[in-house]
Ligand binder design. Structure first.
Ligand code: RIB
Ligand code: CA
Length: 321
């Protein structure tokens, strides 16, 4: 099978890390590199998490620094101790990378150079604020000529998780998604309207632990953290697989249904900044510019995800020998 080249651009975080582990179990993918962005936690943490994770699992995949601030330069995200823990990986402390260092190119430069090298075959999986892609477009307006497809976790057609309208990734940098949506890059959006249905439960944690590999144990540990965190007295966050679902859109699309819509982001609203305005009633008169996931077969997705994590463990054991 000819592997499809991907760059994973992420704000590693708990569910980003699970998506990376699962991607390492997807035989369809060649992971060309991992680029880091400010999001769940500051970029200094997300980039370190990416480098430590790749070395811990035994791979030699380029890891790049990326945007420290959103496009408009507002403050970086505070370390989100509540949702992803102080470092972004919950209570998991990976060994500090000793033999790897960051690729000298920053994300926007890496993405463009690798896209041109692959002459239109490169695909992007974006699981954090989409700042790096927007920066790359600003520096290289011809980027769309070299991107086969961009899959992103972000936005929603039914309401937010930061407030009633905005989903976190887009709320951090709505201008960035506005830039990317106007670019002409073929895109698939995986929003909260589907990802909020993808909770992993103790049964999946038990199944993954039964495989006993570094990968499956790591994911099980992350799931335990995600299942048990809470914010305030009542608000409990479930172990929703937001980012792994965006991976599924790329390599296991049959677990969801999609519609083509026109979409843009609200960048000015006092109460709605970060809202993804998806024209689900098709009344804008504007041409569709994004394919939106609208339904998910959760059981099929969960079974696929656990299987990819299992295979990732088998792959990792072979790599680490
Ligand atoms: O809203 C969910 C998204 O925000 C996920 O990508 C999660 O990792 C956080 O970045
Ligand atoms: Ca993320």
């Amino acid at each position: 099978m000819k592997k499809r080249p991907f760059i994973i651009d992420c704000d590693t975080g708990t569910d980003d890390a699970i998506a990376i582990v699962a991607a390492l179990g997807c035989e369809e993918m060649e992971i060309v590199g991992i680029t880091s962005v400010n999001g769940n936690v500051p970029e200094s943490y997300t980039s370190r998490n990416n480098l430590n994770l790749i070395e811990y699992l035994g791979y030699h995949i380029p890891v790049c620094h990326g945007a420290i601030l959103p496009l408009l330069g507002s403050k970086a995200t505070e370390a989100s101790t509540a949702i992803h823990g102080k470092t972004g990986l919950g209570s998991t402390e990976l060994p500090e990378a000793e033999h790897s260092d960051f690729d000298p190119r920053i994300a926007a430069q890496f993405i463009y150079e690798e896209a041109v090298k692959r002459n239109g075959e490169l695909e992007l999986l974006v699981t954090g604020p989409i700042t790096n892609i927007a920066v790359c477009l600003c520096e290289h307006p011809d980027l769309p000529n070299y991107i086969r497809h961009l899959y992103f976790m972000g936005g929603s057609t039914v309401g937010g998780n930061v407030n009633t309208t905005a989903e976190f990734n887009i709320w951090v940098d709505p201008e960035a998604l506005h830039v990317v949506l106007q670019s002409g890059i073929p895109m698939t959006m995986v929003g909260l309207n589907v990802s909020n249905q993808t909770e992993m439960r103790p049964s999946e944690e038990t199944l993954l632990r039964s495989f006993g590999t570094r990968e499956t144990n790591l994911v099980a540990e992350l799931l335990v953290y995600m299942m048990n965190r809470s914010v305030g007295a009542s608000k409990v966050f479930r172990a929703n697989m937001h980012d792994p679902l965006a991976l599924a859109a790329a390599v296991f699309p049959e677990c969801m249904k999609y519609e083509e819509y026109f979409g843009d982001t609200e960048c000015a609203g006092t109460y709605t900044r970060g809202h993804t305005a998806i024209d689900v009633f098709r009344r804008s008169g504007k041409e569709p510019n994004v394919r939106v996931a609208v339904e998910v077969d959760v059981d099929l997705f969960r079974e696929w995800l656990c299987d990819r994590i299992r295979i990732s463990g088998e792959n990792g054991e072979a790599v680490r020998k």
